[in-house]
Design a protein around this ligand. Sequence first.
Ligand code: SF4
Length: 315
Amino acid sequence: MEEKIVFGVVPSRRLGQSLGINNIPPKICSYSCIYCQVGRTLNFSTERSVFYSTDRIVNEVSSAIHQLKDRGEAIDFLSFVPNGEPTLDINLGKEIAALKKFNIPIAVITNASLIWKEDVRYDLKEADLVSIKIDTVKRDIWEKINRPDRECLFNQMLEGIRIFASEFKGALITETLLIKDVNDTLDNLKQTAKFISAIRPAIAYIGIPTRPPAEEGILPPKKTKILYAYKIFTDFSIKTELITESGGSGSFGFTGNIENDIVNTVSVHPMSETQIQELLKKASAKWSVMEKLLSEKRINEIKYKEERYYIKNFK
Ligand code: SF4
């Protein structure tokens, strides 16, 4: 069965009820972050390519919008949030332009590694909201936490972020994920906050791993460090929010096919057992759906922080 590009809606603190667009096949990225929730990068790339046709993306989004609206589900954002880096898609700008006809705000969640390229900034400028990953502004820590492809250019990336921030008319937000003993030192936090304050985001989000990461032993910092980070950011006059729980306050969307909804969502966004139970209830379905997906090896079950999570089986 051909898998869908569109998934959700997914509840998100940053984006409300977000209809996800997975515009990159698994898992092509310019980074292999140690905390990545979709596992290690299978195919490193820094070259932009064509992955799916713009028509296919627009048609899938259109049918998901109709199915969700028929069921009374709200959609706050159409979000490019793939299991890889969305700006690797050379058609991203065309896709954003084509999706505007739905009159729903469009978001792109990027790791910013390619933002030094003028064509990438040009495409991103079409979006209503762009979220940029800034875990650190120190090269050695960047190499440790984001594990970039060797073609990634650190200084050019920071300069590209500055240029984009000065040109972008939409809402720019930043996301900084804190990992214990990697990027949670006071000096690193100050340097990161100083850089972020200069690009003046609407909101800077500070997060911690809340879903199973790519590597074992990746832990959130102590609570005091998280609060220090918050204090340091706000001391730099940055509007800052902490994200220490997974998901937002809404619920996962049901489009009419519960098996596809689960598989398409967990391919990008691991779901906890509680979240799955809520979605099954919404679809009037039983846990036997999960037993079937597990026995067909379409999904995997993993335990993280005393809770069971479900992720896509990419093998
Ligand atoms: S967290 Fe994002 S940028 Fe990092 S490896 Fe995963 S998909 Fe790529």
